[in-house]
Design a binder for this molecule. Structure first.
Ligand code: RI2
Length: 325
């Protein structure tokens, strides 16, 4: 959509809705969702913005990208993968002097981030599949592409098992999971979120994804995950998280608390369904403490949650944290 015209490099140029801002809006409304997916799409959007920027004005190019960056970062506050992805795109760009150097670096960074993230998903599938045994009953919560990659790989290896997928109110991502698994031929049963403890006695393994993993090993994932973990702990069922290293949060090393997104009341009750004095609280994520987590399947290995700090330092690094040098 054309917005108007703007003076760029001394000439009037038609301006269009910035693709990064457009993508940010689609992420905000959850048209694009899933912690890893939003990060990859954000990196791709920034790359497209730098590609489509007309002219060789470095300052203008930087401002355009920074506007997109800010919109993307504001779109969903919890998933650190989005933050890591966006910052990765700007890695080593602050001292570049020409627009061409800047464009090339942004492109390379975005491509590398997307490639690494997609490869991570494949590796997680392979490593995690070792955790599923023939005849298992697996329970999953929400719709995690990483958890699904594990189940898909185990199924492709010939293991036969079945899955219980929680509905995951209010967005009902469990329906997406059931569809994804059914397409692969994996037997799947949908349960409502409050049926988790009831079925847990029959479950052999819980597999979930993550939006953020803190330096103390706590896993922030879709609301209800910590209740699933409690029920698994009580029934002595291993609770396994599937997450690439971009889900680990460098910010938590500095003591920062993970911001839990709260969404609109209308996602829980329809307009007019309750009188206006009724408050609705709609947190989107919760934190599962490390003591309830058996292991985290990452692309660099299956690790205990307590290894989170080392993962952050080794994989994401200090210089990455302070990308603005
Ligand atoms: P992958 C999702 O967030 C869910 O919380 C899911 O468990 C997590 O991202 C990880 O998903 P939302 O966008 O990255 O539905 O494993 O709020 O696909």
């Amino acid at each position: 959509m054309k917005l108007g015209t703007e003076l760029i490099s001394g000439r009037m140029v038609d301006t269009y809705v910035m693709s990064a801002e457009d993508i940010a809006e689609r992420i905000r409304t959850m048209e694009i969702r899933g912690a890893a997916e939003i990060a990859r799409r954000a990196a791709q959007a920034l790359k497209e913005d730098v590609d489509s920027y007309p002219g060789q004005d470095l300052q203008g190019m930087r401002s355009r990208l920074e506007k997109g960056r800010d919109a993307l970062l504001a779109s969903r506050p919890t998933a650190i993968s989005l933050w890591n992805g966006v910052h990765y795109v700007f890695k080593d760009t602050s001292k570049l002097i020409t627009a061409e150097e800047y464009r090339t670096k942004v492109r390379e960074n975005a491509d590398r981030f997307i490639r690494r993230s997609k490869n991570a998903l494949k590796t997680i599938g392979i490593l995690g599949a070792n955790r599923i045994r023939e005849g298992d009953k697996v329970l999953t919560h929400c719709n995690s592409k990483a958890a699904i990659a594990v189940m898909a790989e185990a199924w492709a290896q010939g293991k036969r098992f079945e899955v219980y997928a929680t509905e995951s109110r209010p967005w009902r991502q469990g329906v997406l999971t059931a569809n994804d698994l059914a397409k692969l031929g994996i037997p799947v049963t949908i349960i409502i979120d409050s049926a988790v403890r009831y079925v847990m006695k029959d479950i052999d393994l819980v597999l979930v994804g993550a939006d953020t993993i803190a330096s103390n090993g706590a896993v922030i994932n879709k609301i209800g995950t910590s209740q699933v973990a409690l029920a698994a702990h009580e029934a002595r069922v291993p609770f396994t998280v599937c997450a690439e290293t971009f889900k680990f949060s460098p910010r938590t090393i500095y003591g920062e608390l993970v911001k839990i997104e709260e969404r609109d009341a209308t996602e829980v009750v329809k307009e007019g369904e309750v009188p206006p004095q009724v408050r609705v609280f709609n947190p989107v994520f919760d934190a599962t403490p490390p003591e309830y987590i058996d292991s985290i399947v990452t692309e660099i290995g299956v690790i205990p949650p307590y290894a989170a700090y080392q993962v952050i330092i080794k994989e994401l690094g200090q210089e990455f944290i302070f990308y603005e040098d």
